[in-house]
Design a binder for this molecule. Structure first.
Ligand code: HEC
Ligand code: HEC
Length: 266
């Protein structure tokens, strides 16, 4: 085959491939109502602080600053990766994830529209942006928890598991997916550093017994199945206080917000 003909054939092939890609894209765009949802932060804030319809204000359980509460077993939502928060709300709304702690989140998520869930997820991720390292008084108070009779783990053992895993039992380092001190990698690996201790323990046990199973490719279930109660406690204790900053660095990796194609309109 002569060069020029080959190039012409390639050209035809390329335009066929491109043509069908454009058609698929166009069909999707039509199915989506021809556009993409754009997060509305003021609606997100209003849901967070005042609730909507039968859905109570998120602040009533997750705190004024969205930092979670160890006594209630609620997670910190402030500063979490927006795509991850949105996925959790969708998973609650479709019962892929069950709230077996307070039995409220499935109803809460269903009481919001898809757009509301996008708006509140985006708003929550913007909370606490004024400081990279969360002030200590907003983190789990280990001394207080201990005084109230809650068991607290051994920080340095937890730190070793987060950084190195437990090689002889094939437990991967949490860091290999969740990044340094569990600071998270958008869009799918949540921030688990500076998360509330009680919530971390609960989730690891739920992944382990399968009562939470909304993780892509069962990634977390496989990890948690290998952990003992004591290791879960140690890891959660360390993570609850873990700073996202590496030594000598005042910045964390940049996060990417929603891309237009992440949030097709329903
Ligand atoms: C009555 C208490 C309560 C209220 C009100 C509440 N939540 Fe929750 N929320 C919880 C509990 C408890 C959990 C943990 C569920 C579990 O253990 O699996 C949770 C979990 C979540 C999660 C999962 C976070 C993660 O890291 O996986 C998200 C997201 C969330 N809530 C968002 C909201 C939003 C948005 C609102 C307001 C519209 C709200 N919640 C109102 C109690 C509440
Ligand atoms: C192979 C990758 C991978 C490894 C290794 C891994 N994780 Fe995860 N983890 C994930 C993914 C993905 C999710 C999000 C699941 C979802 O979408 O609900 C997650 C979620 C979590 C959550 C729930 C966070 C929340 O806010 O609800 C906790 C807690 C957690 N991981 C702890 C750990 C700990 C502790 C380790 C180390 C012992 C670890 N993970 C190792 C992939 C991983």
């Amino acid at each position: 085959m002569r060069r020029s003909q080959m190039r012409r054939n390639m050209g035809v092939l390329t335009s066929v491939v491109l043509g069908s890609a454009v058609m698929i894209f166009a069909q999707q765009a039509i199915a989506n109502g021809g556009g993409h949802a754009i997060p509305d932060l003021s609606n997100g804030k209003s849901i967070f602080t005042q609730g909507k319809g039968d859905v109570p204000a998120c602040t009533s359980c997750h705190g004024e600053k969205g930092m979670g509460n160890d006594m209630m077993g609620t997670p910190r939502l402030a500063g979490q990766i927006p795509q991850f928060l949105r996925k959790q709300l969708e998973d609650f709304a479709t019962d892929k994830r069950q709230d077996t702690t307070m039995f409220v989140m499935n109803t809460n998520a269903k009481g919001l529209t898809k757009q509301d869930r996008l708006d509140v997820a985006t708003y929550l991720s913007s909370l606490g942006a004024e400081h990279v390292v969360t002030p200590k008084e907003q983190l789990s108070n280990l001394a207080e928890l201990k005084a109230n009779g809650t068991e607290v783990g051994v920080t340095h053992v937890g730190k070793a598991i987060v950084n190195y895993g437990i090689p002889k039992r094939n437990v991967p380092a949490c860091r290999s997916c969740h990044d340094y001190n569990g600071r998270g990698v958008d869009p799918i690996y949540p921030m688990i550093g500076q998360q509330k201790m009680v919530y971390l323990i609960n989730q690891l046990k739920k992944w382990r017994d399968g009562s939470r199973a909304n993780d892509p490719k069962a990634q977390m279930q496989k990890v948690a199945q290998k952990l003992t109660d004591e290791e879960i406690l140690d890891v959660a204790t360390f993570l609850s206080q873990a700073s996202p900053l590496t030594i000598g660095n005042t910045r964390t990796p940049e996060r990417h917000g929603f891309m237009a194609f992440d949030v097709p309109r329903d």
